[in-house]
Design a protein around this ligand. Structure first.
Ligand SMILES: C[S@@+](CC[C@H](N)C(=O)[O-])C[C@H]1O[C@@H](n2cnc3c(N)ncnc32)[C@H](O)[C@@H]1O
Ligand code: SF4
Length: 377
């Protein structure tokens, strides 16, 4: 079993918070799309004999490709790989691209899940973020997609927006819940140095939300979604029962995946690799049969640390027996004091079979995970 991720590195506008790999110029589009077709062919051996259960078209903004461009990408995947008869095929879509006719075409191509980048329902916040859509489009796009026939929809929301009042966050959550999607992803706003917000923050013009405000928004998020039957299953992901993202769950379960396109990451047979995050270099490299990429094979320590980081963020937590069997680490002995401290502060729930964060603990997920890391010396 394996997955394929395709990175479409183009956007209409640069959102002020985003440092994913994308370009607002379309001049390399033909070369990149040609590169993706060639890369699918060149790397087919890497997933030979594995059934592809999930395909994720992400970005950037894959919804700005037209139907035949999307069809050609999927055709290349179906030609060179053995795709399951019931794959999960997700497309990341921006609200302004969603119309009845477009969604019906996506369905014809086999796309059966949408991740819609709503981010906020508040006009001022959307324009502050430099989004290409307004608040009416944010909500309407979800309804259009549902009416056109896709019910497996996730929406992205950003919390931790400076100066948003608890009342305004509640109202955003009400709008989100009223759309009745089975999945919601919600990320805390991170101020990345190379973005417009990062540059403004360096001059003191944009201030990150205080931790206490973001923490309060996270707790409101978890509680309100739970009341609506949308359950927390990973620190940024919530779903109705059975609607967890299969593609993302495979990442966390260390299932092999192949990443096609500029900046795309792969994890194959214990080796992580990533394509160059430059559209022109990517297109040229693939065309000459010399894909520009880097790779690393994870050591036992790196692999353990990654397991702890990823799995502590999940509802199930980490499994001490699995760790002992796979990494030879007895976590209860190696980290006895740290575990006791976080258990006493009610941040961790510890049993023989699992070590899980409490709701409070999730606010400290990264710190607790790094306290449980092994070091190389
Ligand atoms: C790379 S984007 C692609 C999705 C799509 N292009 C869109 O904008 O809706 C995936 C998601 O990451 C989240 N994201 C990106 N940068 C972020 C940041 N600095 N802080 C919080 N969330 C961020 C946004 O919610 C976004 O929808
Ligand atoms: S958030 Fe989405 S639309 Fe905005 S710049 Fe990032 S990838 Fe592009």
């Amino acid at each position: 079993m394996a997955g394929i991720y395709v990175h479409i590195p183009f956007c209409r506008k640069a959102c002020h918070y985003c440092d994913f790999h994308f370009s607002t110029s379309l001049k390399t589009k033909a070369g990149v799309l040609n590169g993706i077709h060639l890369e699918a062919l060149q790397r087919k051996k890497s997933l030979a004999h594995q059934e592809i259960k999930t395909i994720y078209l992400g970005g950037g903004t894959p919804s700005l490709l037209n139907s035949s461009e999307l069809e050609n990408i999927l055709k290349a995947i179906y030609t060179h790989y053995s795709v399951s008869s019931t794959p999960e095929i997700t497309l990341e879509a921006n609200p302004e691209d969603i119309t009845d006719a477009v969604v019906k075409n996506w369905i014809k191509l086999g796309i059966n899940r949408l991740s819609i980048g709503v981010q906020s329902f508040n006009e001022d916040i959307l324009s502050w973020m430099n989004r290409s859509h307004n608040s009416t489009q944010a909500a309407l796009s979800v309804k259009i997609a549902q009416d056109a026939g896709i019910s497996n929809i996730s929406i992205d929301l950003i919390y931790g927006v400076p100066h948003r009042t608890p009342k305004d966050w509640m109202s955003e959550l009400k709008s989100a819940i009223s759309l009745n999607t089975p999945h919601i992803s919600s990320y805390c706003l991170t101020i990345e140095p190379e973005t417009v917000f990062g540059k403004k923050a360096a001059k003191g013009e944009v201030l990150a939300s205080p931790n206490s405000a973001s923490s309060a928004e996270f707790i409101t998020l978890v509680d309100n979604l739970k009341d609506a039957g949308i359950h927390f299953y990973e620190v940024s992901n919530f779903s109705k029962l059975g609607f967890e993202s299969k593609h993302n769950s495979n990442y966390w379960n260390r299932v092999d995946y192949l990443g096609l396109g500029p900046g795309a990451h792969s994890f194959l047979d214990g080796t992580r690799s990533w394509n160059v995050s430059n559209n022109a270099l990517y297109a040229k490299g693939v065309k000459t049969g010399a894909l520009v990429s880097q790779s690393e094979t994870l050591s036992n320590i790196d692999s353990y640390n990654e397991y702890v980081m990823t799995n502590l963020r999940r509802r199930e937590g980490i499994d001490p027996k699995w760790i002992a069997n796979n990494y030879g680490v007895t976590i209860s002995l190696n980290f006895q004091d740290i575990l006791t401290r976080y258990e006493d502060s009610k941040d961790l729930l510890i049993s023989e079979n699992s070590i899980k964060l409490t709701q409070n603990g999730f606010l400290l997920a990264d710190r607790i995970a790094s306290d449980l890391f092994l070091t190389h010396d």
